[in-house]
Ligand binder design. Structure first.
Ligand code: ZN
Length: 217
């Protein structure tokens, strides 16, 4: 059993968004989405959460990669509802868990190129790993544009654990979250980027001893 509610996350909505997984014996996975809207402020965070609740498309988690704000709509061990089904395959309910994250960002500008992940990002990834989701994208690279289709293999989706872009989920036609830098994505999950080593300040100028000229008397 992994983490169900992330202690660091703000609770959003009623907490009741889904149900039991259909195929708990299949590997655990996570799905990355982008909201394609505004970001960077508490108001944008609240408005985005309200919108996802209103349209009944809540992921489990909402994260702003520029502010490190993290919210949670529902328990990680049950389903979320930001994916479309692939016929009879209920993609929201595939696997031991299917942890869905909406990143407040736009697919056309991959957020790993400018983000500022902090302690809440590390908490989110800790919780995802607690279910045995490996640090990998088994479907390979992500879509780089709306016309750049990548594989949405049902076999990969049902048999592999790890992270999937929304663009890689069978039965879906969105291309989010954009072309993330995988190394950067996982590296930042383990530890803060070390601070820039401060350069040694130049020594303060030594005060020259005052030399009193003895004026002759
Ligand atoms: Zn999506």
């Amino acid at each position: 059993m992994g983490e169900i509610w992330i202690p660091e996350a703000t609770r959003l909505g009623s907490g009741n968004i889904g149900g039991a997984m259909d195929t708990p014996n299949l590997p655990a996975r996570a799905v990355e989405h982008t909201t394609e809207g505004s970001f960077g402020t508490a108001a944008a965070f609240r408005n985005t959460a309200d919108y996802l609740i209103e349209v009944a498309s809540e992921p489990h988690l909402l994260y702003d990669p520029t502010t490190d704000m993290l919210g949670q709509f529902g328990p990680l061990n049950l389903s979320a509802r930001a994916l479309r089904n692939a016929g009879t395959l209920r993609t929201n309910r595939t696997g031991k868990v299917c942890v869905q994250i909406e990143y407040m960002a736009r697919a056309k500008t991959p957020f790993t190129s400018y983000w500022k992940p902090g302690p809440n990002y590390r908490a989110m990834m800790r919780a995802i790993r607690s279910w045995g989701v490996p640090d990998a994208f088994p479907g390979g690279r992500l879509s780089r544009s709306g016309t750049d289709d990548v594989s949405r293999s049902t076999t990969t989706w049902t048999t592999k654990g790890g992270h999937f872009g929304h663009c890689q989920v069978p039965g879906n036609d969105h291309w989010d979250p954009g072309d993330l830098d995988f190394d950067e994505y996982f590296r930042r999950a383990y530890a803060p980027v070390p601070p820039v080593t401060p350069t040694t300040p130049p020594p303060a100028p030594r005060r020259r001893p005052l030399i009193y000229r003895l004026t002759g008397a």
